[in-house]
Write a protein that binds this ligand. Structure first.
Ligand code: ZN
Length: 574
């Protein structure tokens, strides 16, 4: 390598080091240079002197000079960072046996409820795996239970994906493939690997527990085929028939104890109407549809480990291609609920507003609360492919979110339990105020023409006695003349000291009544927390009228709030 190349490389490395860490460090730069030009080891003294000189020069630059000097390398630096990020993601997401360029995975929701944060983790992991292995990701609706599934949930899941910014390459439905699934069922019957059972559900449970087969298990294929046709035709006497896998009722894995593959559900399906009365269970349709659609790698959470065996067993019997199965840990949120049954029960009892209640960790609930998709992504991806169960509080997510919204949230004054303060002697010149909407970002101002009456928080007012001075934040100071429990009379103080308490205030004629919905843990232990949503009433400055639903503001000294409804000026705490 020519000498000038080395110097250029040293300079570039020092610049990058300084950009990344504030100051460039001689040993770090030397390390990089040596791995690029190992032959320089022979004269370390020379190299060390050269690097020190350049590092010194780079470290003396101002931020602007540094930026200017590294402009020509900007693209290169960016691509290096990207490569490093990809490499570290790869490390977290390594899927054993997965092949780059020949990769397809899927996210398999059943459209019988709303997505929650744990699903977002799985979906993001799948998307990232698809990108990393240069493949695709499908959204696969596992919809073979007409009893519980609805178009409303399909739409909600699509909407959540869009809002979260998770792209999928294709979309398909299990229910579009029922006819094909029937053919595979018939194959198993012909092979003597599936039988029609008409035992009562309790009997089946008992058989599985005791490890004994029923009389139906001994039926020959022609008899099973005849009964299967009866199931499909809705023949008299077919009630209660199910098709079961003929596996092993003594298997250590309970999922292998002759699971049900098809059952009769003669009711309207949201997508297929009344085309079918016999529906597969996910035990059957999942392996076959994964295989049919070209899924190469299934990423599923650990609690489904037991069903891997029947999944692979069914594919073996039918001689279908088997996807690889990878395990990730489930993400669980402490003191919250994801069980559809329990959420429905709370909705039914009027304790929750619906699936988008801001106390829930459904995607709809988090959206309504004002949590940004970027905060959710950063929260869930930090658990990556971790194999250990994560059971974490929502606080970390909210802290992440606050970091993001802090830069953009307008600052407003909110007064709870308002106490009236009358200041009659405000000079004309002090009656027009201009308050910054953000302390550091340039977001403009709110302006008010002040009347003589104000409101402050009772908790501020209660501390005052006659003669005390306080400052109306960003306006002027006052001195208390009289208090009578309902009202404070005060006088204008042109010059207030720096050490006096500053309080939030609103002005008569420049405020609107509002409500705040203060959210805390949904559960205490296993029980519903009756204090999980506390409603408070107060006054917010009238600038809030210009906010749109969904917008977030910081009520100074109180916290961040998202405007949820304009009709009652309802704000949800973040
Ligand atoms: Zn039976």
């Amino acid at each position: 390598m020519a000498g000038e190349d080395v110097e250029g490389f040293v300079r570039k490395t020092a610049l990058k080091n300084a950009l990344g860490y504030g100051k460039a460090q001689v040993p770090a730069v030397i390390g990089k240079v040596l791995s690029r030009f190992p032959e320089l080891k022979s004269d370390m003294k020379k190299l060390s002197a050269q690097v020190s000189g350049i590092v010194k020069e780079v470290n003396s630059m101002s931020a602007a000079q540094l930026k200017k000097a590294s402009a020509e390398h900007a693209e290169e630096f960016k691509s290096e960072d990207r490569k490093r990020a990809e490499k570290s993601a790869q490390h977290n997401l390594e899927l054993k046996g997965a092949v780059a360029g020949n990769f397809m995975t899927r996210f398999p929701p059943e459209p019988n409820g709303y997505m929650q944060i744990g699903h977002a983790k799985a979906a993001w992991t799948e998307r990232e795996a698809a990108d990393m292995y240069k493949g695709s990701m499908a959204l696969y609706f596992d919809d073979t239970n007409p009893e519980k599934e609805r178009q409303e949930f399909v739409d909600a899941i699509r909407k959540d994906f869009k809002w979260l910014g998770i792209r999928y390459d294709t979309e398909y439905f299990a229910s579009d493939n029922v006819a094909q699934l029937y053919r595979y069922a018939e194959k198993l019957i012909e092979m003597g690997k599936a039988y029609v059972c008409q035992c009562a559900p309790e009997e089946m449970k008992e058989q599985r527990m005791r490890g004994v087969g029923c009389r139906h298990k001994r039926q020959k294929p022609p008899k099973n085929m005849e009964m299967w046709r009866d199931m499909l035709d809705g023949a008299k006497g077919s009630e209660g028939m199910v098709l079961r896998l003929g596996a092993n009722l003594k298997d250590d894995n309970t999922s292998m104890r002759d699971p049900t593959l098809f059952r009769i559900k003669a009711m309207e399906h949201y997508r297929q109407g009344s085309a079918y009365r016999v529906w597969p269970t996910y035990m059957f349709n999942t392996p076959i549809i994964d295989s049919m659609m070209g899924v190469t790698d299934v990423i599923r959470s650990k609690e489904f480990e037991l069903v891997d065996e029947p999944y692979l067993h069914i594919l073996t019997l039918l001689k279908l291609r088997k996807p690889r199965i990878h395990s990730i840990a489930r993400l669980e949120i402490k003191d919250n609920l994801t069980s559809k049954r329990k959420i429905n029960e709370l909705i039914g009892r009027g304790l929750l507003w619906g699936y988008d209640d801001p106390r829930l960790v459904t995607i709809a609930g988090l959206r309504r609360r004002g949590v940004l998709p970027a905060a959710i992504k950063s929260f869930v991806t930090r658990f990556g492919m971790s194999k250990s169960e994560s059971r974490v509080g929502i606080d970390m997510l909210l802290a992440e979110n606050r970091k993001l919204i802090d830069r953009e949230a307008k600052r407003l004054f909110f007064v709870e339990k308002p106490m009236r303060v009358v200041v009659r002697d405000i000079p004309e010149g002090a009656r027009d105020v201009k308050l910054r909407l953000h302390p550091s970002s340039d977001m403009g101002h709110r302006r008010y023409r002040l009347s003589s009456e104000f409101f402050i928080n009772s908790y501020d007012a209660n501390k005052l006695t006659k003669g005390d001075q306080i400052r109306f934040k960003d306006a002027f100071s006052i001195r208390v003349k009289a208090l009578d429990g309902n009202m404070i009379s005060a006088e204008y103080v042109p010059e207030g000291g720096n050490d006096i308490a500053r309080v939030q205030w609103v002005n008569e004629g420049n405020y609107i009544p509002c409500k705040t919905y203060n959210v805390s843990s949904l559960l205490v232990g296993e029980e519903f927390n009756n204090e999980s949503l506390v409603v408070k009433e107060g006054y917010v400055e009238s600038h809030a009228e210009s906010m749109s639903v969904g917008e977030i503001a910081q009520f100074e000294r109180v916290g961040f709030f998202k405007l949820d409804s304009k009709s009652d000026m309802g704000f949800i705490s973040l």
